[in-house]
Design a protein around this ligand. Structure first.
Ligand SMILES: C[S@@+](CC[C@H](N)C(=O)[O-])C[C@H]1O[C@@H](n2cnc3c(N)ncnc32)[C@H](O)[C@@H]1O
Length: 406
């Protein structure tokens, strides 16, 4: 009995010692499990991964501008109200003006007048001056606004620094909504397309339809082909159009759900104007929303293939344009790889593979016209880029205009 008791005592002592040792030096069980988690590293959320990716790339691309762009991207964005010319115009303009919002496109007319009167003054001063100024270095007057940008589009915004919000639009007596809320910068590619009366227009990636709606506001499209590969998104496009456009006008719109990359084979040399508003990393969305975020782990392949898809869509859009036709390429990303590089590669590829010359048009005038509303990146090699800024938190929005020559 004594031997058994002693053995039990030793066993108890050993157990106590082991337990003390474990407490002092070993990792408690619950932490040991954590070590196991650590071997399968917790996954970063898509928004976090997007921020890491942008910090790495955009701090190099934008240098000292990046902190300001970054904080703006992470702050609440500003909206514009695209005015619907097919609704009760008087009631809607009164409503928007009561809010102290202004039509930024109308305001740019004043910029043209100011620039022209300065140019006129400088020209007359140089005429009386004893020093002769060669005509090419004299400031040239700007042509009328309607020859530079698509006409009849109105978009209301609050002034710089004003972060008021627009109330949701209400239907008029005929059930048509008075304005469409969107990032005001996304009207710029449509303005740059400079649609002329009677034009045949293609909107290659059209859903959910903000830019299609802006194209229709011009009243210039003889026919508008609005396409988007996604059937569910063309459903949304249909709903947007039926809320804003009277039935008889919907007849000029042809909605399809084809792969835009095939357009060069389907309808080559056909359109006067083509808008190629491609899928991209949608930088603002990617930082704010987990849902449908292209930085989700399972969408890595899709993300890496974006510049290739964008290039194929732009090439197809240019092939669909008539010789002499104009094409605007746009994204809502800051990425040079998705912006300038795609435009450059498309020009090269069309020349080498199709023997088609394409000219990149100068859009510098946009910076002068709309600098009171947007903050533009000053050093874009091709096209223009609207940078998010706390005082005018629109964008990012890149747009580049290409003219098919042959
Ligand atoms: C940036 S969104 C277009 C936004 C639209 N332009 C607007 O203003 O409301 C890009 C669109 O491209 C579409 N898309 C993606 N791949 C496509 C393809 N191969 N052909 C046509 N559309 C495509 C997507 O479904 C998405 O709706």
């Amino acid at each position: 009995m004594a031997a058994v008791a002693a053995a039990t005592h030793v066993g108890k002592g050993k157990r106590q010692f082991l337990s003390l040792w474990a407490k002092a030096f070993s990792i408690p069980c619950r932490h040991r499990q954590k070590k196991n988690w650590a071997t399968t590293r917790p996954r970063l959320s898509a928004t976090r991964l997007a921020l890491q990716n942008f910090d790495m790339n955009y701090s190099v691309q934008f240098g000292s501008l990046w902190p300001s762009i970054r904080i703006s991207l992470l702050s609440e964005q500003k909206y514009g109200a695209l005015f619907n010319n097919f609704s009760d115009i008087q009631q809607i303009s009164q409503e928007l003006e009561c809010l102290n919002a202004v039509d930024f496109i109308w305001e740019s007319q004043k910029v043209v007048q100011d620039l022209n009167s300065t140019a006129g003054q400088e020209a007359s001063e140089s005429a009386v001056s004893t020093r002769a100024v060669p005509p090419e270095s004299q400031p040239q007057p700007l042509p009328c606004l309607s020859t530079l940008i698509s006409s009849n589009i109105k978009c209301y915004t609050f002034p710089k620094g004003d972060i008021s919000l627009f109330p949701p639009a209400r239907p008029d007596a005929l059930g048509i909504l008075g304005y469409y809320l969107l990032d005001a910068a996304s009207v710029l590619p449509v303005l740059a397309l400079n649609v002329q009366p009677g034009d045949l227009v293609l909107d290659l990636c059209a859903a959910p339809g903000g830019k299609t709606l802006a194209l229709l506001q011009t009243g210039c499209c003889r026919e508008l082909a609005a396409n988007d590969v996604s059937v569910s998104r063309t459903g949304r496009l249909n709903r947007v159009l039926s809320s804003y456009i009277p039935k008889n006008l919907c007849e000029i719109v042809r909605i399809t759900s084809w792969d835009g990359r095939k357009w060069g084979d389907l309808e080559a040399n056909t359109y006067d104007r083509v808008l190629v508003d491609v899928p991209c990393t949608t930088d603002r969305h990617s930082l704010m929303e987990e849902d449908n975020n292209i930085f989700q782990n399972m969408r890595k392949g899709e993300r890496q293939m974006l510049p290739m898809l964008q290039l194929e869509l732009l090439v197809a859009g240019i092939l669909a344009a008539k010789p002499g036709g104009e094409v605007v390429y746009s994204t809502c990303s800051l990425s040079q790889l998705q912006n300038e590089y795609v435009a450059e590669r498309a020009v090269e590829l069309l020349n080498i593979q199709y023997n088609i010359d394409v000219r990149v048009e100068d859009l510098n005038i946009f910076r002068r016209l709309f600098q009171d509303t947007f903050s533009f990146f000053p050093s874009c090699r091709l096209g223009e880029l609207v940078l998010p800024h706390l005082t005018s938190n629109f964008g990012p929005l890149y747009f580049c205009k290409l003219r098919r020559l042959g």
